[in-house]
Write a protein that binds this ligand. Structure first.
Ligand SMILES: [Zn+2]
Length: 281
């Protein structure tokens, strides 16, 4: 049944995208910092969050022709100094710590000299069977995490920032403050032991937060990202602990991707999130 609702809503979503395409002719894209959310590159699986390597390469090239890809630290500084922005900037983010980041995404980022941040979920690295994929995004076979040895290599790459994605990948608004602290401290102690670093940026598991969670996270990190549930691109960032991200989807190809990063397409995400919350949880 869930599978059926999923495939029907995927088809409806395509129709809504075409409506978005028509509307897009009447909208202008705006300057600002746009955060993009990726998970998996070139795994060749039928999941919206897995982007083909050749498409990813085109997307990175497109972003660079359109504006500038900057690191999360540069973005944080711009936000802090409240610099007025005259063009589009992009921050590339990856969630969870899949091995295909190292195998498929990193060579492309290096070729384009494009910075990115990867938010590592520590329990996934320690226990590869604990795949942190939300069942709402699809139904999949096994995906593998990076090893600590690989993450150590990535740590020394000046283009890549290592971020924290919690330990157990629990939806933080649903657990007590004491347990959130425990989860974060556990994750940070593993980073310290395995990499000798303390990540400064956080990503809420499943992109979920609330005011209580944000206040807690602020005592550990300098920024934190969520999933943009209305899918609307950012034109300015109001809250460093609830930075919204545009989800990049396989079915977007290059055309819809171009519209998304031009602040012209988000109705379909609004629709799909509604379906996910109502029927796929
Ligand atoms: Zn995750």
């Amino acid at each position: 049944m869930r599978q059926r609702i999923y495939s029907i809503s995927m088809n409806l979503r395509i129709i809504i995208k075409f409506i978005g395409l028509t509307l897009s002719f009447y909208k202008k894209s705006k300057p600002g910092i746009y955060f993009l959310m990726y998970h998996s590159i070139g795994e060749k699986i039928n999941l919206e969050i897995d982007i083909d390597s050749s498409l990813f390469k085109k997307q990175i090239g497109y972003l660079q022709s359109r504006g500038e890809i900057i690191s999360i630290d540069t973005a944080s500084k711009m936000i802090e100094e409240k610099i007025s922005l005259t063009k589009q900037y992009f921050v590339i983010t990856f969630d969870d710590g899949y091995k295909n980041f190292y195998l498929n995404a990193l060579p492309i980022l290096e070729n384009h000299n494009a910075p990115a941040i990867i938010y590592i979920n520590t329990s996934f690295i320690e226990h590869p069977e604990m795949i942190p994929i939300d069942p709402r995004v699809g139904f999949t076979k096994k995906m593998h995490p990076m090893s600590w040895k690989i993450i150590n290599k990535i740590k020394d790459n000046s283009l890549i920032t290592i971020g924290c994605h919690g330990h157990l990948h629990k939806e933080l608004p649903t657990i007590s403050s004491a347990n959130i602290e425990k989860d974060i401290k556990k994750s940070l102690s593993i980073f310290q032991a395995k990499l000798g670093i303390q990540p400064e940026h956080f990503c809420y598991p499943r992109g979920m937060s609330n005011q209580r969670v944000e206040n807690l996270i602020a005592s550990f990190f300098i920024s934190s990202v969520i999933t943009s549930f209305h899918g609307k691109p950012l034109e300015c960032i109001k809250n460093n602990y609830a930075i919204e991200r545009i989800p990049v989807l396989k079915s977007d190809g290059l055309l819809w991707f171009k519209l998304r990063v031009s602040s012209k397409l988000y109705l379909d995400i609004l629709f799909f999130n509604f379906i996910s919350k109502k029927f796929l949880r």
